[in-house]
Design a protein around this ligand. Sequence first.
Ligand code: MN
Length: 731
Amino acid sequence: MYHRLDFSHEAGLTIDELIRRAKSNLPEDTDFELIRRAYEFAELHHRPQKRSSGEPYIIHPLNVAATLIKLKMDLDSICGGLLHDVVEDCDVSEADIIKEFGPGIGTIVIGCTKISKIKFKTKEESQAENFRKMVVAMAKDIRVIIVKLADRMHNMLTLQYVSKEKQVKKAQETLDIYVPLASRLGMNSVKSELEDLCLRFLHADMYYRLAEKVSMKKTERESYIRDTVSLIKEKLSEYTVNADVYGRPKHFYSIYKKMQNRDVDFDQIQDLLAFRIIVGNITECYKCLGIIHSSFTPVPGRFKDYIAIPKVNNYQSLHTTVIGPQAERIEIQIRTHEMHEVAEKGVAAHWKYKEGSGGAKGLNKLKWVEELMEYDRDIQTSSEFMDIVKNDLDIGGIFVFTPTGDVKELRFGATPLDFAYAVHTDVGNKTVGAKVNGKMVPLKFRLKSGDTVEILTSKSQTPNKDWLKLVKTSRAKTKIKQYLLKIERDRNKEVGQELLESALKKLGTNLKQLDKKNELARALDAFHFKNNEELFHALGSGRVYLKQLFEHIQSIDYEEEETQQKKKKHDTLFKNLSDKAKQTSNKDNAVIVDGLDDIMVRMGKCCNPIPGDPILGFITRGRGITVHTKTCQRISDFEDSRKVDVEWNSAYTFRHPVSIRVITHDRPGILSRISNNINSLGVNIKSAVARSLPDLKGSFHFEIEVKDYAEFLKVLSIIEAMEEVISVTRA
Ligand code: MN
């Protein structure tokens, strides 16, 4: 029988009991004495302190550690739980903790301390700023937030001892920040418990009314659960399915939310109970579903397959609602034991099998947290960040509208380009711009729920490689890749055809003549090509050589010597053509690396090569190729075996945008004089903004595009040289 994890406050918990529990969870070779040492350290430093309840302070870290054991967390987390308040509340430094207990536990304690120092405020702006810090602490090691959740859990469980004002503040903060976090981490047991506690302190009336109602019907409810469970079991055993089946009341907060959403009273809420069927494997899940649906009438629209499509927090289960024997609705969830473990403990469940070995490496960091950090880097305002955090924590998806009012669901972070591909591939491929709520936006714009999106298209537009960086949805990514692949095929075909035609011309013949003599068809047969197109493609991509082809065409007689010469010519021709193709496909790369397509190339920071310099490439492990000038002093540091030939890509025309800020004495015509000077260098100005400063000064902000650093320096120096200019800096 499965029960919800019981997180209740344990007033009599001792360290011996804690270690006994840890021993039943962690591998035998775990250093359990470390738990005792952490306890003794914490107990010593907290000794003078008391909880608001009057209990010795140490009871709090003990309970936090107990919760972490229930969540099956690793040794570092348990010790971190015992020590989480010593830096904040006692005279212990971060360095002391690292010295005593090592960097793993150190990171957790330091992270918890940092989060504790965040003063959550009601104003959205400052709250966002604090949340940002929280995410930073979390990004270092995800165990920080799990310990923090256990800490918050115990504080909420003992909240009755603090002032009413503090109760409301803490509960609201928990509902706003910790509940979404627990949900996003998939820790449903923690989330439900916290939600119920928040309800208790924020809407006490409702909480106690619900508690009363639920307990009033207790006997009735228990017999109903018993009957339904045995009915389900009976049906399953008819088909020889072995399953754990149990029913339980839903947690209060979910009933409360249902009442609010549907605006109904407690008595009108029918489905207060949820039933669970837990089986051995996925096949049995679907088998159970089939049995349930054929034994009871399913309620249309209530079936959800979270096994095939897991929720963003990795939750998996089959959900359905059926009509029971008394015409009542029965909500049923079907899952495997493993899925159940994940549903209850979320990310914490992953530590179960890895404990002792210092925790699951790599799991300490979560992808979505890192993504959040990435957003953090390129967004402007705190409220925007808060929007992202909240959105990402809540659902991971957004709903936007077409101009005609249709709804599209997109992944969180989706751009107008994702939207365009969601409408139709042809719309996506032809997108040149977008309007969101009537305003023009860049294609990288991040859509929000509720936005109305209008896509502007052009017949001449085609997708390019950069688009892959703009889109978030896998549909858009796939469509763009498909298009790029097709383009490459087309290009190969063109190259192949050109190659063959010019070779035939030099041999005094052409495709038409060969066709007449039926020789081309025979050659195609020899290679199993269906048509000329396939032949061109094979020639263009280098799968078949001209020489091989000509061996199958009788009228082309070739003498060895002549052929060698011709082969050389053909090879040169082929090389030229494919180089041309390569350059056009690599317009985005400043450098062409011999024989390697699509490799990451970086410029050495030591010598900063600019187009035209003689250069050499060096293979750097895991970081592609670094390019240095041939005169760079560092070249002698590299082994010869890592050297590769590189050359400047003449087709590379990319220009780097850069912003500069110019402060001048305010004189008439100054803006046009600066602009003229920049233009005289052949540098393009993308935008210019002018502002008047006090003391008759002017401030100008230019966005320009330069080829390279040298050009940028030229721009700086030509402006600096102007008499009226006070300063010029990179903005
Ligand atoms: Mn604490």
